[in-house]
Design a protein around this ligand. Structure first.
Ligand SMILES: Nc1ncnc2c1ncn2[C@@H]1O[C@H](COP(=O)(O)OP(=O)(O)OP(=O)(O)O)[C@@H](O)[C@H]1O
Length: 456
């Protein structure tokens, strides 16, 4: 069975019947129609791979002009349609003219079934390879974006991040829908891409869609695509992001920002696993892996009725929660060092170290903008610092955004400060080592070593 849908257009009922009876033994779906006037509707409501088109429709006509007209019409809808013409014996010249106009092949009537099958199966291979080329072109343009995306390694080794990494490796190859939650700048996009890279779809597209930037009008045309003429600016058919991501991963960022109307539209696509382009009624199947992300409290929004519970269930088969930077303990220093290396390299400056006070300040700052903010702070400090080291002043951290719950005195030597922080975390978590370790961004073993060292 060849996986192609064929449309046969002829005004003769007997021809339509015999074509249908024979072709349906070999092809997935055969649609027949008596009048070429139905072409527009049929092409916009069905996913047609091949068109078998008669050349004459009006009574007594034999010059094939109608066939040529409809051929041009079909190719103006999409120049990649594969059209085979049916022509009477003796009109070979006409057939050649049709091929010049873009027909793929022709077949003489009355046909021999073997010959018809051979012609259509060759044409069907052509359709498949045209589809493949289109897909490769889309992948290529997405890879260009990937190359433009600077190489991003996930940096950090705190307990939370280690656990996250472990869960990521479990979920990545499964194709399950993943919801990534976390404050702004915690790395949701970095993690979404990491899941894609570690998935079985990693040779296909990773399609990032920022839902926050799409208004009600743009949402459908961007996501689901449109047909030529669907609205004033729709000059040609265009696939939406779901179709473009075919075979790969679609990352729906800022999903918490969608209005209830758009949530309903999205839900229906995710449930049916098909999209319908604007201005068409044809349903196109989609095969994409879904990753969504938001910094909004979706569960609270469900309780308030501003986010659909059924949509939440659809997207959160697995949830990954990215910790805020202020809760990532030592990772702040590790990331700061990483960004110093990145920016010293970028601006051709020697890689400077941070003074003790600067390190302390980084640790005590509340980082409302998380890793993105740290990245900016270090970039600016790398450019502005004039000495051999980056000082607290070079960081230019806003004094209002320090973590004031931090009761550990700031003027102790580093070791004393570490001891005080460890003691405080153990006290706060009433001796629960796992929780204290998590807060400090240490492994349990590392915390035990410190408890022993400080005699706590
Ligand atoms: N673990 C990490 N290692 C290295 N860089 C990181 C890490 N996490 C985040 N970053 C960097 O921080 C910046 C912000 O990350 P990203 O855009 O993924 O955050 P986000 O959570 O998606 O933000 P928003 O909610 O604002 O969209 C990026 O430049 C990214 O490269």
């Amino acid at each position: 069975m060849i996986e192609s849908n064929i449309l046969v257009i002829d005004d003769d009922d007997d021809i339509l019947l015999s074509a249908k009876l024979f072709l349906k033994l070999h092809f997935r779906n055969v649609i027949t129609c008596k009048s070429p006037k139905e072409i527009n509707v049929l092409l916009s409501t069905n996913d047609i791979d091949l068109i078998l088109l008669d050349m004459n429709y009006q009574k007594g006509a034999s010059d094939g002009r109608e066939g040529l007209y409809w051929l041009e019409h079909i190719l103006s809808i999409d120049k990649d349609y594969v059209v085979i013409l049916m022509t009477a014996f003796g009109s070979v010249e006409l057939a050649i003219q049709a091929i010049k106009k873009g027909a793929t092949d022709f077949i003489l009537k009355p046909w021999e079934n073997d010959k018809l099958f051979a012609t259509l199966s060759a044409a069907s291979k052509l359709t498949q390879s045209k589809k493949k080329v289109k897909k490769l072109e889309r992948i290529q343009s997405s890879l260009h974006t990937d190359i433009a995306r600077k190489f991003e390694n996930i940096i950090g080794d705190s307990t939370d991040i280690q656990l996250l990494q472990k869960n990521l490796l479990k979920v990545a190859p499964t194709d399950a829908n993943v919801l990534i939650l976390g404050e702004n700048g915690t790395g949701k996009q970095v993690y979404a891409y990491e899941i894609h890279k570690k998935s079985l779809r990693n040779q296909q597209i990773f399609m990032h869609v920022d839902l926050g930037s799409l208004n009600e009008n743009l949402f459908e045309s961007e996501l689901f695509g449109y047909a030529k003429g669907a609205f004033t600016d729709a000059k040609e058919d265009r696939p939406g992001r779901f179709e473009m991501a075919e075979g790969g991963t679609i990352f729906l960022d800022e999903i918490g920002n969608l209005s209830l109307t758009l949530q309903t539209k999205l839900l229906s696509v995710l449930q049916n696993r098909t999209v319908t382009r604007l201005g068409e009624s044809k349903e196109r199947p989609i095969n994409v892996r879904l990753i969504a992300a938001t910094n909004m409290p979706l569960n609270e929004m469900v309780a308030k009725g501003t986010f659909r519970q059924d949509l939440l269930f659809r997207i959160n088969t697995v949830e990954l929660l990215l910790p805020a930077l202020r809760k990532r303990g030592d990772d702040i220093q590790v990331l700061a060092k990483h960004f110093i290396d990145v920016f010293s390299n970028k601006y051709h400056k020697p890689a400077k170290s941070l003074t003790l006070q600067a390190k302390k300040a980084l640790q005590e700052y509340s980082w409302p903008g998380n890793v993105r903010e740290l990245q900016h702070v270090i970039e600016r400090a790398t450019i502005m610092s004039e000495n051999f080291e980056i000082t607290e002043d070079d960081l230019q951290l806003s004094p209002h955004k320090f973590n004031h719950q931090q009761a550990v005195p700031m003027d102790l030597p580093l070791e004393e400060m570490e001891k005080a922080m460890v003691a405080k975390a153990i006290e706060k978590h009433k001796g629960n080592i796992s929780r204290a370790a998590a807060e400090l961004g240490l492994t349990r073993a590392a915390l035990y070593r410190r408890i022993e060292k400080f005699g706590l």
